[in-house]
Design a protein around this ligand. Sequence first.
Ligand code: G16
Length: 543
Amino acid sequence: MKVQTITTTPFSGQKPGTSGLRKKVNVFQQARYLENFVQAIFDSLDNFQGKTLVVGGDGRYYNQQAIQIILKMAAANGFGKVMVGQNGILSTPAASAIIRKYQAFGGIILSASHNPGGPEGDFGIKYNISNGGPAPEKVTEAIYEHTQTMGEYRIADLPSIDLSQLGAFTQETFVVEVIDAVSDYAELMETLFDFDRIKELFQSGFAMRFDAMHAVTGPYAKTILENKLGAPVGTVMNGIPLEDFGQGHPDPNLTYAHELVEIMFGDNAPEFGAASDGDGDRNMILGNHFFVTPSDSLAILAANAHLSPGYKDGLAGIARSMPTSKAADLVAEKAGIGCYETPTGWKFFGNLLDAGKATLCGEESFGTGSSHVREKDGLWAVLFWLDILAARQQSVAGIVRSHWATYGRNYYSRHDYEGVDSHAASALMDNLKHQFEKLVGKLFGNYEVEFCDDFSYTDPVDNSLSSNQGIRVGFTDGSRIVFRLSGTGTEGATLRIYLESFESETAKQDLDAQIVLAELIQIANEIAGIQKYTGREKPTVIT
Ligand code: G16
């Protein structure tokens, strides 16, 4: 096998964000751009010679071409084997499961998650470590350092490999194994949930729709929901992965999953609806005319986990990202288990899961997962809900309302301002930081500011410190407003405003969140000067 060493120069702006490097496709298509980043990943790793790398992506445009480059570079850099999903496709949670099951050295996942795809869309790449989870900050920082200093990359002279055929391809000591993307994952799900009980639920006429949004979960959902669990054919909609996601925006929220939302809020709506995103790690849960916030979903899964075989012995603890509502904290408190508040980004859960401190993790950004893998897992959350629905024989709304009656309701909403001018967004955040002292003790109608800070987190396992993780404004009644700039956008900046307020009285728990939170929304506008800085009258997306 001939290995070429190609001279290169660093690219600016190859800094991984919340979840790896995400850029427009045409940025990745520039000569040496992908190669540089892949070499920087390999240069930041030690002792991987002869070991196994897992590679797969969400099937978006440029996935196949990128994989062929990565295979050649993995061979040239000394990996012994690459396991790659058939047709280059692996959902992010499936990639995590495969890294763990086969004790691979690590994995490269090609995805821009929920961002649109196609030639004009986004592409992304991230590295996952041997626990199956996203590389922690010290690794992503090292990768970034290498992108800034590198002078060459190595690539082997291998023929392109047919990724449509299962099986092994060997070139001297280097092996590429094309694996079934679905079977290992489906097997893992069967160990966690009571498939017989869910099968009976479907046999009894229970109806659901799962919207794969023309993204990676289509084949997983068809195999598990329709073939294994006996849901009627057609339960899975938009189930064929397309390179441009059918020109959609594969983000499972009330705005972008509107096809499913219309079904679930229309006449003859089924009992249960769910959607997953581009790479299969996010989930949205809906009942008949009912939306379950991701924060509530985490709390409800935690409160009911003992009903499912995989969690029957209880949970070690629960972790949530800082902007996620505190609903899960109340469950942890009642159960007497640990509760952890981390910065946004799934990578922060890895240490807690590895150390056995947390079993369930969740984020307001439609992410929920557990110790079964080290990524959030969309279809897992859907199966978890199905298992609870089968065990409790109640509607989605019934389960949520009885949860609120027991624990109280954390009214919650997120307002996103997408594609804002980056300088204006930073100026808004800086202005907020300068107001901390002035704000504490200030009264806004019924709300008195108790504290303001810029969230920082010390990892309880390795003591690493992560600062500047979002501005929190806490009020004396426990309500909160959080301001944060997204780390996953590729155009301008996305300003996220998270709003939360607690209601213990059952009679007041069934109101519209936007109405209950209206005063806090007003306060957020006032203290941050949103209209002044962004020039926007209203958010792009409200969830
Ligand atoms: C990624 C991370 C999530 C995180 C989300 C936040 O999600 O994996 O852990 O919550 O980003 O996004 P932002 O920084 O835009 O608020 P994904 O699904 O894009 O990989």
